[in-house]
Every structure is written in C-alpha cells, then in structure tokens.
Design a protein around this ligand. Structure first.
Ligand SMILES: Nc1ncnc2c1ncn2[C@@H]1O[C@H](COP(=O)(O)OP(=O)(O)O)[C@@H](O)[C@H]1O
Ligand SMILES: [Mg+2]
Length: 210
C-alpha cells in the first residue's frame, strides 16, 4: 500500500504538484488522471521513488520513504517495483525473452514450456515468441512484452505511465485487461492516464487538476 499526504513538488521554481491525500490499495488499480501537464507523470514518478518530493510524506507498506536512501530506492526497484511506459521501455535488439529477464541469454532452442518466462509470454498472448528480436514486434506486442516483464518479476508495485497512449483499440483493451489482472492477482497498480477506458477500469481515480 502507498500513502501520501500533502505531497508537493516544485520544478523550475513553480509548484507543479500538490496532493493533499493519496492512497493506493493493494490489489487495486489506482488512476492518476487529468489533462496534459497537470502532474500525472510527476506524481507517478514520486510514488515510484524516481523523482524527489519537496514537501509532504510518502509511505510504502508503512515505511516512510519520503527521502529514500539510495539503498532503499535500489532495493525497491530491484525487488518490488516495475515500470510500464508509453514508449514500452523495450530493448529493441534483444529478444523477447531477454527483455523479460533483462539480461542477454542468446536464443534458446525451446520456445515453449513450463518456465516462468514462457508462462509470462503465454499470459500476454505472446506464446512461442520468446526468441524473436523485440524490434520485430508491433507496438501492442511490445507493450504486452513490458507487462510480461512485470509479471515475471512478480512485482508487487506496477507503475504505468500512459500505457495505452500509443496503442490501437484492440491492444488498448488487452493492456487494460492485463493491468487489471495484475491487480486481481495481488499487485498494487498505479496508472497515469487520460484514456477513458483505462480510467473506467480503475478502482479509484485521483484527478490532479484539483
Ligand atoms: N524540468 C522542468 N522544469 C519546469 N517545469 C517542468 C519540468 N518538467 C515538467 N515540468 C512541468 O511540470 C508539470 C507537470 O508535468 P507532468 O508531470 O509531466 O504532467 P502530465 O504527466 O500530467 O502531463 C507541467 O506543467 C510541466 O510543464
Ligand atoms: Mg505524463
């Protein structure tokens, strides 16, 4: 669970984010919504310990991480958090499998089976595609691959910044369903979005205009 109070962030000398109270529950999809420039990415990055908070408090699982040490931040990213971005965050010249594992493995002769990589690929509808070079995947496939990576990592926190913004209708639907399924299986999912369908799939939304 992530809780924030009186969170404020300044950039270039002006206040770009001010949130009185925020909670992201375990097993739920929490949306950060509002028009472009209202601070969705800033808020998401603060919650994911990617950006510094100027004022307020931030707690993750009850631990005060308002001013995380490098060790705390590193541990959170390594063990608990996964990020899904609008532009997929995929290493183009690595295979799908390598993108899931985040290390070079070379091609495997086996392309399906019981390993957790194959399970993750199956789950996102990329069965048997583990040895394909990521640059050959479509945008929707790349985004599903980035979700396979979060599944394989068993991330307890998934931070997604406009995850459907670059996708066609069918892949938008699939990505929304996958993120909802991640939450249903126990992850805390936080999504910055201005996609109406994504917003509707959220259990709770915070409009950052206010
Ligand atoms: N380095 C910066 N210096 C000054 N202002 C910035 C900087 N980066 C972002 N901003 C401003 O912060 C605000 C929030 O940006 P952002 O969190 O990216 O919004 P959103 O994701 O909702 O579009 C915007 O008004 C943006 O112009
Ligand atoms: Mg943004």
């Amino acid at each position: 669970m992530i809780e924030a109070e009186n969170l404020e962030v300044e950039k270039g000398g002006s206040l770009v984010l001010s949130v009185a109270s925020f909670t992201a529950e375990v097993g739920a999809v929490t949306g950060l919504i509002g028009p472009s420039g209202c601070g969705k990415s800033t808020m998401l990055n603060c919650l994911g310990l990617l950006e510094r908070v100027d004022r307020g408090t931030l707690r993750i699982d009850g631990m005060d991480l308002t001013r995380p040490s490098n060790a705390q931040r590193g541990k959170f990213w390594k063990d608990r958090a996964a990020f899904v971005f609008q532009d997929y965050g995929i290493i183009e010249d690595w295979t799908a499998q390598e993108n899931i594992l985040l290390r070079k493995t070379g091609r495997f002769s086996r392309t399906r089976g019981k390993s957790s990589v194959y399970e993750a690929l199956d789950f996102v509808g990329l069965t048997g595609r583990g040895n394909e070079t990521a640059s050959y995947l479509s945008g929707g496939e790349k985004q599903r691959l980035s979700i396979a990576r979060t599944l394989h990592k068993k991330a307890s926190y998934i931070f997604a910044d406009e995850p459907t913004a670059s996708l066609d209708t069918e892949n938008r639907r699939r990505v929304i369903d996958l993120l909802t399924a991640c939450a249903a299986s126990g992850a805390t999912v936080i999504v910055a979005t201005h996609d109406e369908d994504m917003m509707r799939a959220c259990d709770t939304t915070y409009d950052l205009r206010q």
